[in-house]
Design a protein around this ligand. Structure first.
Ligand code: CA
Length: 218
């Protein structure tokens, strides 16, 4: 599941992103509304966590722009004000769900998963597949030739990014940034260890290849 967090409070955005990456979600962050629209134009997210109160361009404007263009992601709005009128307003802008700050992190995760399951592709499960490997991105189930794979959340995240790249190379830096933390020490072996473990679990013949200078491809 690909999530875009649109939140100008850098610390909150960073904590949320870290938490969701730990759940195996592929997570990007935009700190303002204009950047959010650039990023949604460039990539297909399943769900947006959208703060209403953003500099330059409000969350409401982002929400209206995305709905006007038919962007299929589910939108969960976050707002500082928790009154009923705000709820009605937020949903009136085309948001699919709404939470007031301060919010429960566990509730947010549960609502994002529910949104991810029912949005984008008309409610149908989103299944990515390539060379006999399939991943149901909403239910987080992966198989190879019908054999279920027991993967950790981050292994599922790596598999999702490689399948989405559709045979194109994905470098370690991108995996680190989207599934761990951009601030993670680039020298860490965490990414490599996870990719190797995923490659082993996918079985024979090996499907993940490493091109020095380009990255991993499936
Ligand atoms: Ca804000």
């Amino acid at each position: 599941m690909r999530v875009l967090i649109v939140e100008d409070e850098a610390e909150l955005a960073g904590m949320l992103a870290d938490g969701l990456r730990g759940e195996g979600m592929v997570c990007d962050v935009a700190h303002d509304g204009a950047r959010a629209l650039e990023m949604t134009a460039a990539a297909a997210y399943d769900v947006l966590v959208l703060d209403r109160d953003l500099p330059h361009m409000s969350g409401d404007s982002v929400c209206r722009a995305l709905n006007a263009s038919g962007y299929p992601a589910g939108i969960l709005m976050l707002t500082a004000a928790g009154g009923l009128s705000d709820l009605v307003d937020g949903l009136g802008q085309g948001a699919d769900d709404y939470m007031a700050k301060p919010f429960s992190y566990l509730e947010l995760v549960a609502r994002l998963r529910a949104l991810g399951r029912r949005t984008s592709h008309g409610g149908a499960p989103t299944v990515l597949s390539r060379h006999g490997v399939s991943l149901d991105t909403a239910r987080r189930i992966a198989e190879r030739e019908g054999r279920p794979l027991k993967l950790t959340p981050r292994e599922l995240g790596v598999l999702e990014i490689l399948l989405t790249a559709d045979g194109g190379p994905v470098d370690t830096g991108e995996l680190r940034e989207r599934l761990w933390d951009a601030a993670l020490d680039p020298a860490t072996t965490a990414v490599r260890v996870t990719v190797h473990s995923l490659r082993r679990k996918l079985g024979e013949p090996p499907l993940i290849h490493h091109d020095p200078g380009f990255g991993y491809r499936l």
